[in-house]
Design a binder for this molecule. Structure first.
Ligand SMILES: Nc1ncnc2c1ncn2[C@@H]1O[C@H](COP(=O)(O)OP(=O)(O)O)[C@@H](O)[C@H]1O
Ligand SMILES: [Mg+2]
Length: 334
């Protein structure tokens, strides 16, 4: 077992003083990480949060981390458990669709945005969660102003709406902080809030998640934090992009996410009747084969004809391609 798994196991055996049940049993251990300097970050929930219980639990965690395991530092965040009744009343769960890639610049955000749009055009209620802390671009894609979202009467964050899509982005919350500082708990907390503390409209059909690129720690942490999500892997035809896309796909598989398929973007440029393959050929097929999944689409390099910088009309080729992908997603839903 890895050190992290060992530590999680020991922490999971601790008891929530407010319920008398182990953290493992009541699924209270929300986040555990160990950084390069052997500092540990823990996020836990308690059934009911009071100062005395919180202190007891924090001490127990500190004993395990610092005395039993001899880690150098510890940061604990104790939060109140979400009311299960409140969770249950939110009857319908959307289908979570993560858009992942091995590297940036392959069109992940463009695809997330246009796919959300296509699903909306097919009459679906869609949320779009921009979780790419390296370079969130969803607000720009939808020409949105960067302002802090407001909260409703239950102190839930109200998502912005653009083109009928409910949108929340890390960028709305980034003030002066450097995105790359968003390690561990910050990230985990932010994403946790995106899932639990945003007043997503009722009965969303789909939640599209624009994930950070890559297979590094941050991408891994985020993928770990999101619930059973279906993944679409984006690549370009180029072998170098394909190589890292395969890695990203394996990471998703390892984390038990289901792969829906691969989208090859920037596959060709249509010049008259000729297809120019500017970035090589075969990347998408190669990734899909390696990951034993489908190649969902090969999208051309194309500027939207409607004058917008990134969102395609439903009557132009790219728009039609996205409707096709959206349709496949719809059909695959139970
Ligand atoms: N099929 C395409 N045709 C033309 N430009 C594209 C296409 N896909 C993406 N782009 C452009 O490429 C750049 C990178 O795309 P983006 O979606 O931001 O990638 P990522 O999210 O993977 O970093 C953007 O300027 C975007 O407008
Ligand atoms: Mg992006």
């Amino acid at each position: 077992m890895s050190q992290l798994e060992d530590l999680k196991k020991a922490l999971g055996a601790l008891i929530d003083p407010s319920s008398g049940v182990t953290l493992h049993e009541q699924d209270s251990l929300k986040y555990v990480s160990i950084d390069d300097e052997r500092r540990v970050t823990v996020v836990v929930t308690m059934k009911s949060l009071d100062d005395k219980g919180k202190q007891t639990l924090t001490r127990a965690i500190a004993k395990v981390v610092k005395i039993d395991f001899k880690y150098h530092g510890l940061k604990v965040d104790v939060e109140a458990m979400k009311d299960p009744d409140a969770l249950r009343s939110n009857e319908k769960q959307p289908a979570y669709i993560g858009i992942a890639s091995g590297k940036g610049g392959v069109g992940k955000s463009t695809i997330a945005a246009n796919l959300a749009l296509a699903l909306t055009r097919l009459g679906q209620k869609v949320g779009l969660m921009d979780a790419d802390i390296y370079g969130s671009s969803i607000p720009t894609l939808f020409d949105m102003e960067i302002v802090l979202p407001k909260a409703d009467e239950n102190e839930k964050i109200i998502p912005f709406v653009a083109r009928d899509i409910q949108i929340i982005s890390t960028e709305f919350f980034l003030t002066d902080e450097k995105p790359l500082m968003w390690r561990g708990p910050m990230l985990g907390k932010m994403l946790g809030h995106f899932f639990d503390d945003v007043a997503w409209g009722p009965n969303l059909d789909f939640m599209i998640i624009d994930l950070p690129p890559g297979t590094g720690d941050v991408a891994m942490d985020i993928q770990r934090l999101i619930p059973a999500t279906e993944m679409i892997i984006v690549t370009t035809p180029h072998p170098s992009a394909a190589h890292v896309a395969v890695k990203a796909g394996f990471m998703a598989k390892e984390l038990k996410h289901h792969l829906i398929g691969v989208i090859e973007n920037m596959s060709y440029y249509k010049h008259g009747d000729t297809r120019l393959t500017l970035f090589g050929e075969g990347g998408g097929r190669q990734v899909a084969d390696r990951l034993e999944t489908d190649l969902l689409a090969q999208l051309a390099l194309a500027q939207p004809k409607n004058g917008h910088h990134s969102l395609y009309d439903m009557h132009e080729q790219a728009g039609i391609d996205f409707l096709g992908i959206a349709n496949k997603l719809l059909k695959s839903r139970p």
